[in-house]
Structures are given as structure tokens and as C-alpha cells.
Design a binder for this molecule. Sequence first.
Ligand SMILES: [Zn+2]
Ligand SMILES: [Zn+2]
Length: 143
Amino acid sequence: MSDEHAQIITGSCLCGAVEFELTNAFRFFFFCYCEQCRRLSGTAHIANLSSETNSLLWKKGQEQIARFDMPGRNFTKAFCKTCASPVPYVSNETGRTIVPAGCLHGAPIVESATRIFVHEAPPWSQPEALSRLPGHKGYPPEF
Ligand SMILES: [Zn+2]
Ligand SMILES: [Zn+2]
């Protein structure tokens, strides 16, 4: 795919302080269930897109971003200082652009998607367990 035909995808944090755009062409889509990603996300897994090329363009709020790099390890979280939503960052270790999928406004175009470190997934996040739960369009009536 040549750049002149590349689609652009946009994203933002929850409060709207941070807005960005980049090329909608990602090499990997990782759902990582490892303990470190679980703690970084506060939920069962992260859902991060990865791109070999950095086409990231900050439209707004780059100075609003804080970043945590775990000493000695390849775990990073960049987030909006106001609302704490995760936002994209460039990995110090690999140079890849990492984009939390949940902050995008559209559907990412991905070459390869996979779940990793699945043996570390907590029991409450297993697909079989989740599929047994009732689903509601909003809060359940008894809430
Ligand atoms: Zn924000
Ligand atoms: Zn992980």
C-alpha cells in the first residue's frame, strides 16, 4: 500500500484533551493477558496495535500526556494527565508505534491479530465464563 492511498484513522482520550491521527495500517494487534498488562490496564488484557512506521500526528494535547516506562522492562503506558485514558506512544525498546485500540474512533486495519500470554488470564476473563453472563443494552433492571 502506498502512502498516498493510505487511510487515516483518528483517536482521542475520554476528556478530549488529547487528539491524534495516524495511518490506518497496523502490523500486529495484540491482546496481552500477562500480569503486567493486567495491572497497567486494570482489566483482563490490553488491546494494543503496533506499527513499524511512525505516522503519528498529534492534533491536540501532546503536552497533556504523561508516560510510565517500567524500569528494566518493556512495559509502557502513556496516558492523558486529566482523564488517565491510555494514548499512543513510541516504544523505547522497539521503535514501534503502539496504539491502544480503545482510543481509536474507527476500526483498525490489521495484518495479524493474536492473544498472547493466555495462560496468565484470570478465570473471570475466560470466554466461556463471559459467554454465560447475561447481556443488557444498559444497566440491568436490578442495578
Ligand atoms: Zn483526557
Ligand atoms: Zn502483557
